[in-house]
Design a protein. Structure first.
Length: 247
């Protein structure tokens, strides 16, 4: 294995005869923002769960943050941040209480949790909301708190599964500004999104369809190669062509 943040080879996950992920291979460089695209049911979330050590692969292998996917899942969990599609914080707890809980789960002591909570609260502008129950917060602020929880232990790689779903365009732009800042600091960002304007912010992307990666490269290089007007047109034409071929 080379010194990539993520490197996988022929990674697969089968549920009976259903191939949710079918022998995908890719590499992600350290400090890169990598977009992982695909329609609903394409296999993106299943792939991310394998990369995060939450799901055992059916075949293939690889490394995440230098640790083996098959043998070192607990080490992977310690070195990554993961923000799932669904809101993952406890709704009855305040933002601060949630951060205290997750900080302890990551093995941070009280002093470290306090310092990181203060730092992230300032960075993500959470001061107005951090002591309110998370259930009472607008979706955008809940997502910002979830991002803070995933960053508490200063992970090397951040996995984000549809992080801006359901939030307004202004918040989405601010969220991506934060991601760019993190990448500049050396954090690798691995993100799934349905928004093609967001995908264009990524340095490289891949597109999944029915468990397989069918396209990868730099967004604007791919647009030019396929003579598409934009990334959304490219994505729609690509998936439509595959669906017609499979029919």
């Amino acid at each position: 294995m080379n010194n990539h943040a993520v490197e996988i080879n022929d990674l697969s996950c089968h549920f009976g005869s259903f191939k949710a992920v079918d022998r995908i291979s890719l590499t992600v460089e350290q400090g890169e923002i990598f977009g992982f695209l695909g329609a609903n049911g394409a296999g993106k979330t299943t792939a991310i769960r394998m990369l995060c050590g939450l799901l055992i692969p059916s075949g293939g292998g690889g490394q995440v943050a230098g640790f083996d996917i098959l043998k070192q899942s607990e080490e992977i969990k310690k070195n990554i941040g993961y923000m799932s599609q669904k809101f993952s914080l406890y709704p009855d707890l305040t933002g601060r209480e949630n951060l205290n809980f997750y900080g302890a789960a990551y093995g941070l002591d009280k002093k470290q949790i306090l310092a990181r909570t203060e730092e992230l609260s300032n960075r993500l502008q959470l001061a107005e909301f951090i002591d309110r129950p998370t259930l009472s917060l607008p979706v955008g602020w809940r997502q910002r708190l979830a991002l803070a929880a995933s960053l508490l232990h200063k992970p090397k790689i951040l996995f984000l599964d549809e992080p801006t779903g359901g939030v307004d365009p202004v918040f989405r732009r601010k969220f991506w500004q934060i991601l760019y800042q993190l990448a500049e600091e050396g954090v690798t960002i691995f993100v799934t999104t349905h928004y093609m304007d967001e995908a264009a912010y990524c340095q490289r992307i891949s597109v999944m369809h029915r468990g397989q990666i069918i396209l990868r490269g730099k967004p604007y290089d791919l647009i030019e190669q396929h003579r598409a007007a934009n990334l959304e047109e490219l994505f729609i034409d690509l998936i439509r062509g595959r669906e017609n071929a499979d029919a």
